[in-house]
Design a protein around this ligand. Structure first.
Ligand code: APR
Length: 232
């Protein structure tokens, strides 16, 4: 990699797979037993809040049983040691990047350990089960919901992410199928703005053709190797 100073990294479910968190679209994927539209849309939340809240309660509880893997730790090391600009954008709603130590991190699809008030929009750290009609600690409306960006809702931090993509010298995508926009389009923005682009994934993704380089394999091996090659 030549002349790299500003790095943007995008992670997806594949980076947490070796920690035991199910991916969405692989065999045994997370939506198994649930149609996406039954658990991950604003309409689903309105129609069956008990089902939607329970689905995310189970996933939140699962977080307490899993640990960051070698890929999360390598990215945290890069965050600590990289002297230039670095932004880690994750589509994941687990907390494994921050538990590994990443700090320059944005969750564009929300977080399991956060609750969002459907009325006033305040976000509150949330570690327990979240029953429907739980009252917001800020405005007292019985309107707390999982702080997850549902299909049809606007991902978080898009202005900051797009600005970082425009400045990036290197864009790296790790463990994502490239099936969901806007994240799937980041490689094209970065490329158009002059960045080198690298994909690290188990299989070729929907967007593989857009990357300068694709390396196939498990994130737990590929990511530490890549970080080592960058900072030694
Ligand atoms: N190492 C690297 N990549 C892996 C591994 C692994 N150990 N295991 C699986 N993968 C790859 C798969 O090959 C696949 O390309 O990770 C990718 C996971 O893809 P998805 O399950 O589609 O997950 P993701 O891309 O994060 O989904 C995007 O879709 O449902 C929504 O909001 C949800 O954030 C999610 C978004």
């Amino acid at each position: 990699m030549t002349d790299v100073r500003n790095i943007v990294i995008l992670t997806g479910a594949g980076v947490s797979a070796e920690s035991g968190v199910a991916t969405f679209r692989g065999p045994g994927g997370l939506w198994e037993g649930h149609r996406v539209e039954d658990v991950c849309t604003p309409e689903a939340l309105a129609a069956d809040p008990v089902l939607v809240h329970r689905f995310y309660d189970e996933r939140r509880a699962k977080l307490t049983t899993v640990e960051p893997n070698a890929a999360h730790h390598a990215l945290a090391r890069l965050d600590r040691e990289w002297p230039g600009e670095l932004l880690l954008v994750t589509q994941n709603v687990d907390d494994l990047h921050e538990r590994a130590g990443s700090r320059r991190l944005l969750h564009m699809h929300g977080e399991l350990n956060s609750a969002l008030c459907g009325l006033c929009g305040v976000q509150t750290e949330w570690r327990d089960a979240l029953p429907p009609l739980t009252r917001c600690p800020s405005c007292d409306a019985p309107a707390l919901r999982p702080d997850i960006v549902f299909f049809g809702e606007m991902p978080y931090h898009m202005d900051v992410i797009e600005a970082a993509l425009e400045r990036a010298d290197l864009f790296v995508s790790i463990g994502t199928s490239g099936a969901v926009y806007p994240a799937a389009g980041f490689v094209r923005i970065a490329r158009a703005c002059g960045a080198q682009t690298l994909e690290l994934n188990l299989d070729r993704s929907d967007g593989s053709d857009w990357f300068d380089t694709t390396r196939l394999g498990p994130a737990g091996t590929l990511v530490p190797d890549w970080v080592e090659s960058l900072i030694g």
